[in-house]
Ligand binder design. Sequence first.
Ligand code: PTJ
Length: 252
Amino acid sequence: MFKIPKTHPRYESLMKREKLVAGIEAGITSKQGLIAHGRGEAFDYLIGEKTLNSARRATEVAAALLLAAKKPVISVNGNVAALVTKEVIELSELINAPLEVNIFYWTEERAMKIKEHLGKQGAANVLGDKADARIPGIEHARAKVDKDGIYSADVVLAPLEDGDRCEALVKMGKKVITIDLNPLSRTARHATVSIVDDIERAMKNIISVVKEKKEKKGKGKANLLEDYDNNENLKEVIKEMVKRLKEEELIS
Ligand code: PTJ
């Protein structure tokens, strides 16, 4: 990894790039993953590289959904595996959900490497190598899923997802939670709950809210989804973006 001094004002952001480059070198992340991350970075600038209130609200709902799920699954792609390995493993243990390797730019070799990487870091239950079912209506590789995993899940956490698969999963009757810095993306628009935040911050927040809710042992409202409208929340994201830019006198 390239050495970035901790004092660098953009240390955290630059370290994410290093993790992705290391992911490519390890055969885990696709080259296209760098382009996708760059798009994410641009939106992170607009939100001030901080978690917005609207993302906190979505996180509360997402955590409640994950805890109430009968069969939750966490979908892992090459960027997720490089950026938040420890966090996806911790969350999978907390909510008793398998991880499922599911990649867009599919090669058997990369899928196996992601699985091995998760296993080496301590993941006990990683699916994705069977891929014995298909999501209806999807022609690309992400349609291939495990029958016992994403295919039969009731709630899927699918960070950095693509729009058509997100839409297809929702059509199958699943609740889909996504993490995507782009509030305009098709994924963000189609998901049941969209957390518009950087994957590292979002995963840490989900973990901490899940822990809090588990400590309260079911006290508090379980079905926060009743009072939640994802499209309204996405409008709040844009409002918060604009408000921040005005406050910093970047726009008038
Ligand atoms: O490993 P693979 O083959 O499954 O490929 C993974 C990528 C991410 C390359 C693939 O799924 C892809 O091309 O995704 P998209 O369609 O470019 O969508 C990725 C979305 O994630 C975009 O809307 C980005 O804004 C967003 N994004 C990128 N980096 C981050 C992010 N959101 C949150 N945190 C990030 N760090």
